[in-house]
Design a protein around this ligand. Structure first.
Ligand SMILES: Cc1cc2nc3c(=O)[nH]c(=O)nc-3n(C[C@H](O)[C@H](O)[C@H](O)COP(=O)(O)O)c2cc1C
Ligand SMILES: O=C(O)C(=O)c1ccccc1
Length: 383
């Protein structure tokens, strides 16, 4: 239970300290001024004409809440349970690769922030630091490993096994990035973090991967990553085999169609992440919040449904939870916090998101995450 009676959730941001950007737009502006065009454009942009990037935000803006009052909201419970473990907030860190682009301490800083905040951390396959180093620097954090399938399947199994051995508690298989989306900003800026070697953390010390290289030159590593990280052959049989080989819960990330959600359950999957990869993969795709209700209906509470893509404030998280998500994952906001102020920046961004969520739950007239499902929402297009 969290007390909401101190009245300082907002006001602690109004003090003598150096000001920190309070919302996503301010964050993005500050990072744009600080970072070079290449890495900033890589993080900010969406695929194609960025229709999906806009759809993500537009989906949240369609919903409004009709709040209830006079029901004592002095104490609220923001905890959730996932795979038998209780977490104090319904937030997660979405897997974001190559964090050295944003800060030298990269994933290490983010994982320490996750440990501090008690928010589960999902580490990317293409991270700048190895999963073993992340586990060591954030030993008590809840850590999940995001797996990109590999052209050489044995590399995928090897990474999944390493994650399990290092204490990661779930595997998140991303299904929407079997090849890179059509990202025009990166062409404009002539920028590829993959080619610059930012994604080598988990590959460099993978015994199966390194054994597959002709030599240990930088060029061989980069070529090896490029050859393996894109994997258009991925199919349901691979999913079943991964499930057979792992003892951990397995989630599929990037599900947008209710039929795929049903297939995930039929194939023994333990959870799904409704996501369009932050608008970075197929442009013209449905906003992830717009995809949520039909998926929640299809899943019928059998496995947890997590949502990401466009959750930029506490109120966005509230709307997703009210529409039936069990938790939400945050991508770009924490990366911007990392770019501005390392671990501290990540903590500030996530703490503000959480504080706004708490204020919003109470002001909407709910006292728990499950209770949010009973609040009244209206949708602009009348549906
Ligand atoms: C720079 C960047 C790198 C990302 N790398 C990965 C990744 O390695 N694996 C993955 O599954 N998703 C990756 N994503 C997608 C995020 O997990 C998440 O789906 C997305 O950022 C959510 O949208 P948001 O940024 O609007 O919160 C990445 C996103 C960004 C912005
Ligand atoms: O940039 C991304 O969104 C991403 O997920 C990715 C996927 C493969 C290689 C590098 C990054």
């Amino acid at each position: 239970m969290t007390k909401t009676t101190h009245g300082d959730l907002l006001l602690k941001n109004i003090n003598a300290q150096a000001p920190f950007p309070i919302c996503f737009a301010d964050l993005e502006k500050a990072v744009a001024e600080k970072m070079e065009a290449g890495p900033f454009g890589y993080i900010r942009s969406g695929a194609g004409g960025e229709q999906t990037l806009r759809n993500n935000r537009a989906a949240f803006e369609k919903y409004s809440i009709i709040p209830r009052f006079l029901q004592d909201v002095s104490s609220i419970d923001t905890s959730i349970e996932l795979f038998g473990k209780v977490h104090p907030t319904p937030l997660l860190f979405a897997p974001v690769g190559m964090n050295k682009m944003a800060h030298d301490e990269g994933e290490l800083a983010v994982a320490r922030a996750a440990d501090q905040l008690k928010i589960p951390y999902i580490q990317s396959t293409v991270s700048s630091y190895a999963l073993e180093d992340v586990a060591q620097t954030a030993p008590t954090a809840t850590k999940w490993f995001q797996l990109y399938w590999s052209t050489n399947e044995e590399i995928a199994y090897s990474m999944a096994a390493r994650a399990e051995a290092a204490g990661f508690e779930a595997i998140v298989l991303t299904v929407d990035t079997v090849m890179l989306g059509w990202r025009e900003e990166d062409v404009r800026n002539q920028f590829s973090p993959l080619k610059l070697g930012y994604a080598r953390g988990n590959y460099m010390n993978d015994p199966v991967f390194t054994a597959s290289l002709p030599d240990d030159s930088f060029e061989s590593y980069v070529q090896g990553v490029l050859q393996n990280v894109f994997h258009p052959t991925l199919n349901w049989e691979n999913v079943r085999e991964l499930k057979r080989r792992s003892n951990l819960p397995i989630l599929l990330k990037g599900i947008l169609h209710p039929e795929d959600a049903k297939l995930a359950i039929e194939n023994g999957i333990d959870g799904i992440i409704v996501s369009n990869h932050g608008g970075r993969q197929l442009d013209g795709v449905i906003g992830s919040l717009d995809a949520l209700p039909d998926i929640v209906k299809a899943v019928k509470g059998r496995i947890p449904v997590i949502l990401d893509s466009g959750v930029y404030r506490g109120m966005d998280a509230l709307k997703a939870l009210a529409l039936g998500a069990d938790a939400v994952a945050i991508g770009r906001p924490f990366v911007y916090g990392l770019a501005l102020d390392g671990q501290q920046g990540v903590e500030k961004v996530m703490a503000n998101l959480y504080d706004e969520l708490k204020v919003s739950i109470a002001l909407a007239g709910a006292i728990s995450i499950k209770g949010l499902r009973d609040i009244t929402l209206v949708k602009k297009d009348g549906a």
